[in-house]
Design a protein around this ligand. Sequence first.
Ligand code: SAM
Length: 265
Amino acid sequence: MTSSLPRPRKSLGQHFLTDPNIIRKIIALADLRPDETVLEIGPGRGALTGALCRAVKTVVAVEVDANLGEYLSRTFSNVHNLDLRIGDALEFPFESLSAGTVVVANLPYNISTPILFRLLESRHRFDRLILMLQTEVARRLVAKPGGKTYGSLSVSMQRWTVPSLAFTVSPGCFHPPPEVGSAVVKLEVRKDSLIEPADDAHFLRIVRAAFAHRRKTLTNSLRDAGLDPDAITRGLADAGIEGSRRAETLSPDEFVTLARAITLP
Ligand code: SAM
């Protein structure tokens, strides 16, 4: 049976990889072992899926587009280690995956940041994540303190993982070509970030509040976010961090210390 190719849907961020060299580079970067499980988000037309299925024990692939799901089921009907799920990755129960799962994905750029946060809520399930992202987002993930690109995404991702930008990919490597540049990042989950996931919401609240007004001092930004002024003063003193500093000068580890020191009533 011939499988007709569903047309790309822009609203779902469908830019399919067509360059075999980039596919090889992504698979090499993932450094997969035959006993591993991979989670692929958005398999699309299966550009990465076949290579992933050849490399590991099981590939769980979550695709929201039912037409593509049908196409993939037909195309991969003889591939027995592909576990295809049709549904929204933002709703997927990542907790059900086996520990040590590797995430490999060319993410839909319109929702890459919420997917990243959802994935990292369940980071104890993952060993490493190899992700194609918009270059601008990739640069924010790896940004160091002091610059304009450094913000709450950099702090949270660097708190939970060790991110590196592996290589960039030009629009011509996709069909249809995206309007923005792309880059592949590798995020190694930090084992020391697995001990306090219950505090993630508090940590994120402090980090986001600190960066909400980049030009203001930490004290003023945290106050503007409605946090209790006494808790801020005590927390800054206990953390040994000057309230006159700006958020972009604090390292991810300093944010961890600060968030631990601020106890809200
Ligand atoms: N992996 C394929 C490739 O590299 O050619 C396709 C990548 S394309 C950039 C993104 C894929 O994610 C599309 O197949 C799209 O349908 C799918 N997608 C978009 N939103 C999704 C969601 N919320 N959950 C799961 N998949 C989604």
